[in-house]
Design a protein around this ligand. Structure first.
Ligand code: BGC
Length: 514
């Protein structure tokens, strides 16, 4: 396939490449990095519903759950239980900051390896847990693993991919996340039916499988040309670029990588530099995109779909089944993004998905409000409950082709090399912080805000859709080391980007294109 594309940004270059099996296989294996995050996201909600698990570690919650309940909204409210789920995200937040140095100094693959390794040890602690301490240590190790993987994998994929298929390749990370969630939900469905403690032990212990996949994957993966150049392996970088692009004529792209690396060498302290005015657009985006991604409210569904469905009056088996259905829908709909993100662009998906989520959230809020009111008592009939599940699926589909994959893609592709690792660490840290907050506060919020919770998230979805419309330039098809030109051309961000940052002058650009 030839690498021609029509760019909307003036001066953005056009590189030679073929879609090689090597780049495909490499990105396929690299995307495994999303599996550990997904497995964990999917497993916790189900495990915290298993009675033997609650009896063993959270007897008070178990008692409350069994006792007669007058108020559906407050049935599962327990800070300790949510701490089990959310402690992981605090650990991930901390490790992503360390991961940024490892990713930059030793290469992307070693962060991935470390991620797999710590996740592996964490899964053993959890699977064999005898007490709360083992359970929490396990969670924290899992969190370290997720932080390392989420910091390195999206950058790895974005750097390996040919520029005009970067969106599709990077979305492999989200596909792996959702695949992990779905597999975990299916495992929970079966283990929940086992007697005694064996069920939750299998669910938590099986986290070792995706962990091993990443560890082995990272060992066989090559590093990206960008990272090789950054670390001084210029010859190897050129060979790597030629082999992943399937042509020896990579001079132009290679030169851009060298230039980017030269420029990045001027920057001694990525953490200090990202605060400079010229990196303001990247700083704002890497803070706001993950913040907004979590404020879509998606993890209310991811973590608590079974709880939510039980609140709606479903039995516990039916709840797990419905959670499985929403997971499968999310997986299928993520492919819509894979196949369209490089054609229609990031903005179209963000805007369409945002509007779809907004409408469905309002409808869910209204329906639950009408049925349960503010008191939290009442009965939801079967057909109404099914309608709510359908609305949840529409909401999940909207997320699946917009904020889900793009929340990882866009931050990984908008920063120049000199601040890329730091920016991605900020992205992960902010994402994890708000994942933690939502996980920690959801049950309490549901208990106090009741159906208003859905309107709460809807307000944020409205704001983020406007934000994208006004502030995010289109980045499809733009080579990653050429991204400064996109910011320079933006109506608002342009003022922050100095002329030197776009490399060549306008006159030079014209000469080159002749
Ligand atoms: C988000 C997670 C979410 C997952 C599945 C990811 O992109 O970062 O917080 O749980 O998608 O919906």
């Amino acid at each position: 396939m030839a690498g021609g594309f029509v760019s909307q940004t003036p001066g953005v270059r056009n590189y030679n490449y073929k879609l090689t099996p090597k780049v495909f296989i490499t990105c396929f294996i690299g995307a495994f990095g999303g599996l550990i995050f997904g497995y964990d996201l999917g497993i916790s909600g189900g495990v915290t519903q298993m009675e033997p698990f609650l009896e063993e570690f959270f007897p008070a919650v178990h008692k409350k759950m069994k006792s007669a309940h007058e108020n559906e909204y407050c049935r599962f409210d327990s800070q300790l239980l949510t701490l089990f789920t959310s402690s992981l995200y605090v650990a991930a937040l901390i490790s992503s900051l360390f991961a940024s140095t490892i990713t930059r100094v030793f290469g992307r693959k070693w962060s991935m390896f470390l991620g797999g390794f710590t996740f592996f040890v964490g899964s053993a602690f959890n699977g064999f847990a005898q007490n709360i301490a083992m359970l929490l240590i396990g969670r924290i190790l899992l969190g370290f693993g997720v932080g390392f993987a989420n910091q390195s994998v999206p950058v790895y994929l974005s750097e390996m991919a040919p520029p005009n298929l970067r969106g599709a390749f990077n979305n492999g990370f989200q596909v792996a996340i959702i695949f992990g969630i779905v597999v975990a939900t299916i495992i929970n469905y079966f283990t929940a039916q086992l007697e005694g403690n064996i069920g939750w032990r299998i669910s938590l212990g099986l986290a070792c499988v995706p962990a091993m996949m990443i560890m082995i994957g990272a060992l066989v993966l090559p590093d990206t040309p960008n990272s090789l150049i950054e670390r001084g392996f210029t010859e190897e970088a050129k060979k790597m670029l030629q082999s992943i692009r399937g042509t020896s004529e990579v001079d132009e792209e290679f030169q851009d990588l060298i230039d980017a690396s030269e420029e990045s060498k001027q920057v001694k302290h990525p953490w200090k530099n990202i605060m400079l005015p010229r990196y303001r657009p990247q700083l704002i985006m890497t803070c706001f995109i993950p913040f907004f991604q979590q404020l879509t409210g998606i993890n209310v569904i991811t973590f608590y779909a079974p709880v939510l469905f039980q609140t709606l009056g479903f039995g516990s088996k039916a709840s797990l089944l419905s959670a499985m259905v929403t997971g499968i829908i999310e997986l299928l709909c993520t492919f819509v993004s894979v196949f369209t993100v490089d054609r229609f662009g990031r903005r179209v998906l963000f805007l369409q998905g945002g509007i779809q989520m907004l409408i469905s959230q309002i409808a869910i809020g209204v329906m639950i409000g009408v049925k349960y009111g503010t008191v939290g008592t009442g009965n939801i009939g079967k057909s109404e409950a099914n309608l709510i599940v359908a609305l949840i699926c529409i909401y999940v589909a909207g997320f699946a082709w917009s904020w889900g994959p793009l929340g990882w893609l866009v931050p990984s592709e908008i920063s120049p090399l000199e601040i890329r690792s730091a920016a991605q660490a900020i992205n992960v840290a902010v994402n994890m912080f708000f994942t933690f907050l939502v996980a920690q506060l959801f049950l309490t919020m549901l208990c106090h805000m009741k159906f208003g919770l859905f309107f709460f998230f809807a307000v944020f979805v409205f704001i983020m859709t406007i934000f994208i419309y006004l502030m995010l330039p289109e980045t499809k098809n733009v080579p990653i080391e050429e991204m400064n030109r996109v910011w320079k051309a933006h109506w608002f961000w342009g003022r922050f980007i100095p002329d030197e940052a776009v490399g060549v002058s306008a006159a030079e650009m014209q000469q080159k294109s002749v």
